[in-house]
Design a protein around this ligand. Structure first.
Ligand code: WTA
Length: 573
């Protein structure tokens, strides 16, 4: 597989020579391209939106092309500046100030983006949530962050348990519910209408927090990864060299803003580079996606392996019904990109799909395939110039090529997370090896410096590109009266990468049936989130546990895959 190589396509790429850039790169040269380098005044929202209007003459350029089955709308950079100013004024009016946490819990829409940018302009910390989250997931995140406000829609309001969230004072409602507004609920549109389109931006320190994103680990509740304004340096430069964004590009990032990709590369990278960005709402449908590429004349397209695999499964004929010749550059992130998918991309689009690797915690892209570099299908590519990534052993020794080990990044890249919210111990776990961030992924580097993903070291499940912590699912499962114990693993799946499989034991008095299975699945769906519900449940009399009572997920996985179970010395009788 390693021998396979797709050569560079002819074209005028922003990054001309990878090795040369690596040798000469300096983050300070990038900093000089921002206004704050001259003025000393920093706010990422200013650099991404207002500056395009006030300093670069891009006020009438479309920032956002939004579409879903019911709506089609274009928002210019000037409109985006004014609407985010309006929302910033609304927040101020309600006494919400710098450093406070304001969450967003709604489907993609132009209102979402104006709200998000407004939050950042006030110096508040934005906490975007997936609309798929159910009550417990919402409560855990808002509660941990002590959020003071949330922006949501009438359809989702019942999933916000106000009585359990003492810090939550204001609920901005985009759309008025039929029953009218409840206590603490505020009409988003009415407030916006009255608010001034001018706002005195809150100038912050580069190191001031900006974004709180909850993500799953293998133990405990989801943790709040905190990012700061300084990340913009990396979002801008990776947008230029990895996304290869140029002035006239129409760029489409398919990720939801509840996920880090939908923020770093759905908002910051395109806006900092002053391009027009496409957002498609609604559910995934292959034909709609091709239509989005065609109608918007998308030139740069950033998506995920699961989506590409689903498009692949929808058949090549569907592609032929659409003119997608505008697409110049295609990228993928979130899970391993199968070589087969890369080959399919060559066949049907005549384009290389450029895989890249990064995490919620890294805030921005770390390893990538660049347009100016041959692609090896199955490889994530090479570290970004100015960032050092390596394969290290558990003591921190850098391993030679072809040896598998911990994928690690030299501490200190611009968009690195700065904290785990209220959990210093968890944060420090990532940096246990002096000088390095240890990702939790295993990989190796080949002799030409390309990195190859091997797997997760912990039990985190990656289903359709979404990180699901087995612990959260197990905790929910055992809340069901029929479930005694639960162990959850990721089971390999050709389309979703992994699916969630649960092993459970039943409590006395319950017998297994299809109805009970459906009921348990539904229980997790309603309690946690649809994507966190197990697609398979297997009942066992007893689950493998350590003497201290921890479910041994690696044994469950070995059972599932028919592999040897390994060392069982810590297992109870
Ligand atoms: C996995 C996504 C293989 C990996 C931006 C990582 C990948 C986790 C790739 C982070 C890739 C991401 N190849 N695996 N190109 N990109 N991953 O935080 O296990 O949702 O640690 O951020 O996804 O997921 P997260």
């Amino acid at each position: 597989m390693q021998g396979e190589l797709i050569p560079v396509f002819p074209g005028d790429n922003n990054l001309k020579n990878y090795e040369e850039a690596r040798a000469n790169f300096n983050w300070e040269d990038v900093e000089k391209e921002f206004s704050w380098y001259r003025t000393g005044k920093v706010n990422i929202a200013y650099e991404a939106v207002d500056r395009n209007v006030l300093e670069k003459g891009l006020g009438d350029k479309v920032a956002l092309y939004y579409s879903d089955p019911a709506r089609n709308e274009a928002v210019t950079y000037r409109q985006m500046m004014e609407r985010s100013n309006q929302f910033a004024n609304v927040l101020k009016k309600y006494g919400i100030n710098k450093g406070e946490r304001v969450f967003i819990f709604m489907p993609r829409s132009p209102e979402l983006y104006a709200s998000f940018l407004g939050i950042i302009k006030t110096g508040c910390i934005a906490g975007p949530l997936f609309e798929a989250f159910m009550e417990v997931a919402v409560r855990d995140r808002l509660g941990d962050a002590e959020a003071v406000a949330i922006i949501t829609t009438p359809a989702l309001r019942n999933r916000i348990p106000k009585d359990q969230l003492p810090h939550l004072k204001h609920i901005f409602m985009v759309g008025v519910p039929e029953e009218g507004l409840g206590e603490g609920e505020i009409d988003w549109h009415a407030e916006m209408e009255q608010a001034s389109t001018e706002f005195d931006i809150e100038w912050v320190d580069r190191e001031d927090p900006m974004l709180l994103l909850y993500t799953s680990g293998s133990t405990g509740k989801p943790k709040g990864v905190l990012h700061v304004h300084n990340g913009m340096i990396q979002h801008y430069q990776t947008g230029k060299w990895i996304l290869d964004l140029k002035e006239d590009d129409i760029y489409w990032c398919t990720a939801d803003p509840g996920w880090v990709t939908g923020i770093s590369y759905g908002v910051w990278a395109p806006y900092l580079n002053g391009v027009s960005s496409v957002v498609r709402g609604g559910r995934f449908k292959p034909a709609d996606w091709y239509k989005t590429l065609e109608e918007n004349k998308v030139t740069v397209w950033y998506s995920a392996p699961t989506a590409f695999r689903m498009l692949m499964a929808a058949g090549d004929d569907l592609v032929k019904e659409h003119d997608i010749s505008s697409v110049r550059h295609v990228l993928s992130v979130g899970e391993p990109l199968n070589p087969e998918v890369v080959r399919w991309g060559m066949k049907v689009f005549d384009r290389r799909i450029h895989d890249n690797w990064w995490m919620t915690e890294t805030g921005g892209q770390i390893i990538s395939n660049y347009p100016c570099m041959p692609v090896k299908p199955g490889s994530m590519g090479k570290p970004f110039p100015g960032i050092e990534a390596a394969i290290i052993d558990d003591k921190g020794n850098v391993l030679p090529p072809l040896q598998m080990g911990n994928l690690a990044v030299r501490k200190g890249w611009p968009s690195m997370m700065r904290k785990i919210w209220k959990n210093e111990a968890k944060y420090n776990e990532y940096f246990k090896i002096e000088g390095w961030y240890v990702s939790g992924d295993s990989a190796y580097m080949d002799e030409e410096g390309y990195f190859w993903f091997q797997g997760r070291i912990d039990d985190v499940i990656n289903t359709s590109g979404e990180r699901v912590g087995p612990f959260e699912v197990e905790s929910k499962l055992v809340e069901h009266p029929a479930v005694g114990e639960a162990g959850v693993i990721g089971k390999p799946d050709p389309v979703r990468g992994e699916i969630i499989k649960a092993f459970i034991s039943l409590r006395e008095g319950y017998t297994w049936s299809e109805e009970l299975q459906a009921e348990i699945v539904d229980f997790v769906k309603k309690g946690l989130a649809a994507h966190a519900a197990p697609r398979e449940i297997e009942v066992r009399d007893k689950l493998p546990k350590t003497r201290s009572g921890k479910i041994m997920r690696r044994v469950l996985k070995a059972w599932e895959l028919g592999l040897p179970t390994g060392d069982l010395s810590t297992m109870e009788d």
